[in-house]
Design a protein around this ligand. Sequence first.
Ligand SMILES: *Cc1c(COP(=O)(O)O)cnc(C)c1O
Ligand code: SF4
Length: 448
Amino acid sequence: MSTLSARNAWIQEFVTDYKAYDVRNFESLPQIRKLTEEQRFAIKVVAQVLPFKVNQYVVDELIDWDNIPEDPIFQLTFPQPGMLSEEHFNRVADLLKKGDRDELERTVNAIRLELNPHPAGQLEQIVPTFEGQRLRGVQHKYRETALFFPAAGQTCHSYCTFCFRWAQFVGMEDLKFAGREAETFADYLRAHPGVTDVLFTGGDPMVMKTRVFRRYLEPLLDPSLEHVQNIRIGTKSLAYWPQRFVTDPDADELLALLEKLVEGGKHVAIMAHFNHWAELGTPMVEEAIRRLRSTGVNIRTQSPLVRHINDSPDVWAKMWKKQVQLGLIPYYMFVERDTGPKNYFEVPLARAVEIYQEAVRQTSGLVRTVRGPSMSATPGKIEVQGVTEINGDKVFVLRMIQGRNPAWTYRPFFAKFDPRATWIDELEPYGTDKFIWEAEPGTWRNAS
Ligand SMILES: *Cc1c(COP(=O)(O)O)cnc(C)c1O
Ligand code: SF4
């Protein structure tokens, strides 16, 4: 067995089965004949640099192949030519045509490094040190919530073209650390009684087989971890693979595990990632939601605002209304991060807050639990609340929903209006020369 197939066999051990396509076999999809030769080649070019994986359910049930390439789910899952700059695109296209594998690999790696692979200090700042070791797979940025990235959950049922975690998917070498990891998590939590919430994220932790996920979840019921009251699971599986909760061989076992956590006194929240109402329309997703809710878990929803996919108030209003009707609780609208193919997907903050407000106006109060548009930036989660005027100057009204320093939370602040700005680092404070995190630096680790 080659190293590659040995690794694939190993991955099969840990993650659930589904038929997926990538750059090597997507041309075997019958629907792909709807694309021109040139469009297919463009997919191959972009997929050299950025991750690409799409499964049969998404292809057959979610994409409207009579609306290509504009269809939002096609934009969400298939690499698009505009995701690379013209210069990068042409360099990769030339090398691909020449078949120069070595030069292609060097070029692709260089391009990836230019795309800000680890935004908001993902790597350095928030990985905690525990018993003298840097703890891989844990991020502890906000006092009350610890994030876990289980090693076997660092893939997804399909990949989103805009994903800021893209750098994780292009090399999956860390799987071998999976074995001991669950115990390290539990030890870390025992040593941190201030943590009330844990959030499992990825990739998508729901790609893990139930017997693997159980090793992380069951220890949370131990009396020594009573302070962990709320368990969140960030997942896009309801959109990409609702079979996970209905027909997968271990679907029932998974539901029983979630029910056990609820019965053990935990609040279990599925943080479901939906980008478009088209993901909420199949009998399979409705059945998955019905079954999940019957276990007593809550389902909250979140999504970034992304150009070409959902940059219209009507799309959001329709999606949120459908979610509420199905018993889901809208939670966050995010601003697309400053990484990877950002130029293709970004929406200016001024437009983002308009879309948010126009969408919310079309709904009832049950939708208005949703916060946004929010930027997960280095100092914290910053919500754009609106645009207003102070002494004749146009300004953004902002607030920090979560701060590295809890003292910053919910204090309104202002920035000079800029119609083109797409991220906090492009804004200037208004009426003062520093933002709160610059004027009063610190984190919960050293805050009094
Ligand atoms: C959003 C987020 C959380 C959770 O914040 P809430 O306001 O409790 O939803 C925790 N950790 C990180 C790194 C986050 O980005
Ligand atoms: S499901 Fe989440 S982690 Fe996976 S590709 Fe999409 S946004 Fe990224």
